[in-house]
Design a protein around this ligand. Sequence first.
Ligand code: NI
Length: 129
Amino acid sequence: MRVHHIGYLVKKIEKAQAEFTKLGYETEAETVYDGLREIDICFMVKDGTRVELVAPKTETSVVTGLMGRYKNSPYHICYESDDFDGDVENLTKNGYAQIDEPMPAPALGGRRVVFLMNSFLGMIEILEA
Ligand code: NI
């Protein structure tokens, strides 16, 4: 598995995008609305590090609950996997609990993603290569 991005929770995606731009990040993909999760997503890159800005668009979005806890903050690292089903199965046998079903990610060309939780590491995301 390879590091694909750092998920970064933000309240206002345009404001956050402007701030990351000031720090030298370039917008890799303009903001996309993910209707399954009810969030806006924007990818930015600097020095080979990709940051995924995620902003809730509704009170029922998948990250609305997290927003109360994290505010504007990184909240997961995503790993790209060449063997999505195999890696997810392996992780769930080794201390990671799957917290949602694999779902296509519109902001990533419809590739499947799934989130897992670990007691000592918090949340990670696995992305199908
Ligand atoms: Ni992510």
